[in-house]
Design a protein around this ligand. Structure first.
Ligand code: SAM
Length: 287
């Protein structure tokens, strides 16, 4: 089935105001949104496409090759997005898009994000970073693990799970960990696999996902020209809370919110795109 970029019509509507402008897609992934953005821009419009995952950039490069010099690629964490301004030769972008989290390609690429395949506990989106999920589960103190799983996984059984992990470690692979976490959580109750929240917490920690987003928001005013648009799609309540707090707080001095409430995909999109179910889009305009 063809990959449908999440909330694509809303992204195009809110992001693009200048068809000949220079835009940043800071999470280019497989290039789904990027391709649609480039397709909408005029022949003068350009896209700076960045991601911190080398494999994602390779995929996006292939997908977007036909746009030639109108698209340039950089391996860059979005916390360092300000460095892309000078590399792209502009003072400010006309729009910045972030589609946060993990791509479906990463999920199924044997990199440790999913417990449905037996692979090493890695979970790094940027493989230049040092710390892996194995480092966390095998080395952190029980209390640290418990707080991590509670806070980032919003997991009720965090204490029990942390205790079970500490007793059973060291772990080498995903399925061993998932089995111990499931037992620690007291087995399956609802629809969600009992290891889902713990895996999510580990992924957020390995990649410092909330820290990355906080740093991007700090830089956001300097990334955009007046009238430029910031569009952020989040998939986790902690991420959405961070964006909301920024736009309603200190960001209010620099941005006008375009979405008072976050936008969610219509049920038709949720039906064909599982990932869309928890998506929330917020958009703002640089004053
Ligand atoms: C959901 S995917 C993006 C999908 C993309 N919009 C598309 O249409 O194909 C998220 C991407 O963001 C990247 N990413 C996540 N956190 C990042 C960060 N802090 N810096 C740079 N890239 C990041 C991931 O590597 C992944 O490729």
């Amino acid at each position: 089935m063809e990959h449908i970029p999440v909330l694509i019509s809303e992204v195009l509507e809110y992001l693009i105001t200048d068809l000949g402008g220079v835009y940043l897609d800071g999470t280019v992934g497989s290039g789904g949104h990027a391709g649609e953005i480039l397709g909408r821009l005029s022949s003068r419009g350009r896209l700076v496409a960045s991601d911190w995952d080398d494999a994602a950039l390779e995929n996006a490069g292939e997908k977007l090759a036909s746009y030639g010099k109108r698209v340039s690629f950089y391996q860059c964490p979005f916390a360092e997005a300000a460095s892309l301004l000078s590399r792209a030769g502009v003072d400010g972008f006309s729009g910045v898009l972030l589609d946060l989290g993990l791509s479906s390609v990463q999920l199924s690429a044997g990199r440790g994000f999913s417990f449905s395949e037996k692979v090493p506990l890695d979970m790094r989106m940027d493989r230049r970073r040092r710390r892996t999920a194995a480092d966390i589960v095998n080395c952190w103190q029980e209390e640290e693990l418990s707080s991590l799983i509670k806070e980032y996984g919003e997991e009720r059984h965090a204490r029990r799970i942390a205790r079970a992990i500490v007793r059973a470690r060291p772990f080498a692979d995903t399925t061993e960990l998932a089995a111990v976490v499931s037992r620690g959580a007291g087995g399956r109750r609802g629809k969600l696999h009992p290891a889902t929240r713990t895996f999510q917490a580990l992924r957020l920690a390995v990649n410092d996902e909330l820290g990355q987003l906080a740093k991007l928001l700090e830089q956001a005013p300097g990334l955009l020209r007046p009238g430029g648009r910031l569009v952020i799609i989040s998939f986790h309540s902690l991420e959405d809370r961070l964006v909301k707090k920024y736009l309603k707080g200190e960001g209010g001095a620099y941005f006008r919110e375009l979405t008072k409430k976050p936008l969610s995909p219509e049920w038709q999109e949720q039906k064909v795109n599982r990932r869309a179910r928890s998506a929330k889009l917020r958009a703002a305009e640089r004053l």
